[in-house]
Design a protein around this ligand. Structure first.
Ligand code: ATP
Ligand code: MN
Ligand code: MN
Length: 303
């Protein structure tokens, strides 16, 4: 595959990150992880996380009193944020809203200072919000689905995508499932991207109805894997690689190599405690080529 030109960045590396308040506040009670621990985690993974969120509208999950107390999914700018950029975008309702955009370390850490635990970017950049550059197949196992079947599903989807000449990348969500991510370069409008993802998921569900469902209806999910194509729309988000999850043990959404899938025992093996050290000894980023590939959905556009 050919290499793509890098995007212009609005990062200002000279900016000082904000001060951290309440560093001893416990955010993950089960492992007694403090706000300082979360800050240290994000500082340690910054070089890996930042490229995943930089320049994209991003939603965050904030847990001001820890994961045991109510947390909030936040999409828009709120008072007090000064280091985070914003992009005014038209919502589906037709109303304009100011979306959060992280440009640099200072912006990301300001959100941590505001008790953000999770980061969820769009599959598009803020300056080109109508152009999708990542398709995400979010594999959500229903009750009673063993993880081995989720792994088999991911491998199956990878193979089908390769038949369509699309390379894909794998991530453990840090929750219950796996994400199969297809980079698009050049990007594609949301209409075609959505049709492609939905068509792909529906074809899968029709060919193997015992394994897959492509509808969000809960009743049909028992013992099946929901191929959640709904991550693929303007304004939809998926958790960023290297983001913590606001769940017990503070698991991390981690990119993994396809070759590592067979030995994977669960979708949440990586946590706040081991990821920084793991990244130090990791020899190769399994997603190193994700923004270098040149592949797109042109052949799927209507004849
Ligand atoms: P799991 O593997 O447990 O499914 P996940 O990150 O894939 O973890 P999902 O429940 O499948 O979680 O959700 C997919 C995405 O939907 C989330 O990553 C997030 O970006 C988005 N999302 C979650 N909560 C909200 C919300 N309240 N409003 C809008 N989007 C949300
Ligand atoms: Mn999911
Ligand atoms: Mn989902």
């Amino acid at each position: 595959a050919k290499k793509a030109a890098p995007r212009a960045s609005k990062a200002r590396p000279d900016r000082q990150p904000p001060a951290l308040s309440s560093p001893t506040k416990i955010l993950y009670a089960d492992i007694r992880a403090t706000k300082q621990d979360v800050w240290n985690y994000y500082t340690a993974v910054m070089d890996h996380l930042l490229p995943e969120v930089q320049g994209r509208p991003v939603s965050i999950i904030r847990c001001p009193s820890g994961t045991d107390k109510p947390c909030f999914f936040q999409k828009h700018l709120t008072a007090g944020l000064e280091l985070v950029s914003t992009q005014r975008l038209k919502e589906e309702s037709g109303i304009n809203a100011d979306y959060l955009v992280i440009e640099d370390t200072a912006g990301l850490l300001e959100l941590v200072q505001f008790n953000a635990l999770e980061f969820h970017p769009w599959g598009a950049h803020a300056d080109t919000p109508d152009t999708a550059d990542r398709v995400i197949f979010d594999l959500d196992p229903g009750p009673g689905v063993p993880f081995t079947e989720v792994k088999a599903a991911a491998t199956h989807i990878r193979r089908l995508l390769l038949q369509a000449e699309l390379e894909s990348f794998l991530r453990v969500s840090g929750g219950k499932g796996l994400h199969v991510v297809v980079p698009l370069n050049p990007g594609c409008d949301w209409d075609l991207t959505k049709r492609f993802a939905q068509g792909f998921a529906q074809a899968l569900a029709e060919s193997e109805p015992d394994r897959f469902v492509a509808t969000a209806t809960k009743a049909k999910r028992n013992k099946r894997i929901f191929v959640d194509y709904l991550r693929n729309g303007r304004g939809a988000t998926a958790v960023a690689s290297y983001s913590l999850r606001a769940r017990p043990r503070a698991p991390v959404a981690m990119p993994i190599a396809w070759s590592a899938l067979s030995n994977l025992e669960r979708p949440d093996p990586y946590t706040i405690k081991d990821v920084p050290a793991m990244l130090k000894r990791r020899r190769k980023d399994p997603w190193a080529d994700i923004d270098k590939l040149k592949q797109n959905l042109a052949r799927w556009s209507s004849p």
